[in-house]
Ligand binder design. Structure first.
Ligand code: ADP
Length: 190
């Protein structure tokens, strides 16, 4: 299965993506994780990405698209993939469609985790205290949410028109949300 997972920062995408990728038996591809890995290794990609990430802005589409194109060309993606955090802009949506089209493939579903804004701000502030991610300061959190609602939330209507969008309530325990996702996609999470 080829699935895209969307939702605002703090919606629990990463956690649910891990679980769902396991259930589907496909690689979990998180653009945020790939960027962070490059930042920690100090690669040229990481140095470039960090400037944007630390400001709560999106890394430029050219950089992100090239990285995803490369990742999706790996053998482990042949059976499918779960994309977490990509696409996030209109241009990325077009680029992903082009990548799939050239391989005669298509998406099976776009899952949107919905959450209340006050809830996500609370979660992000808590995560900042626990993990100390450099883009989890209050100002940057606010900016990341703004960017999400300006640029990424509108993409869901594009996928809705294609009949691919599945909305799932992200509020509740990890198990509850995972159960809802499994049910919504009709895949057997127990
Ligand atoms: P969150 O969704 O909690 O903000 P992510 O780990 O998904 O966290 O992403 C962290 C940062 O990585 C983003 O704020 C952005 O700077 C960068 N990033 C991740 N995915 C993309 C993308 N598809 N396009 C541009 N930038 C991205």
């Amino acid at each position: 299965m080829r699935v895209v997972l969307m939702g605002p920062p703090g919606a629990g995408k990463g956690t649910q993506a891990e679980i769902l990728a396991g259930v589907l038996g496909v690689p979990h591809i998180s653009t945020g994780d790939i960027f962070r890995l490059n930042v920690s290794k100090g690669t040229p990609l990481g140095v470039e990405a960090k400037r944007y990430m630390d400001a709560g802005e999106y890394v430029p589409d050219g950089v992100t698209n090239a990285m995803v194109r490369d990742r999706l060309s790996h053998d482990d993606c042949r059976a499918g993939f779960l994309l977490d955090g990509y696409p996030r802009t209109v241009e990325q949506v077009g680029e992903l469609a082009a990548m799939l089209r050239s391989a005669s493939l298509s998406l099976d579903a776009v899952l949107e985790l919905t959450v209340d804004i006050d809830e996500v701000v609370g979660r992000l502030v808590k995560r900042a205290a626990e993990q100390g991610r450099s883009d989890d300061t209050e100002d940057v959190i606010r900016r990341r949410l703004e960017v999400y609602f300006e640029q990424t939330a509108p993409l869901t209507s594009m996928y809705e028109k294609q009949g691919l969008l599945v909305r799932v309530d992200g509020l509740g325990s990890i198990e509850e949300v995972a159960g809802r996702i499994g049910a919504a996609l009709a895949v057997g999470a127990d």
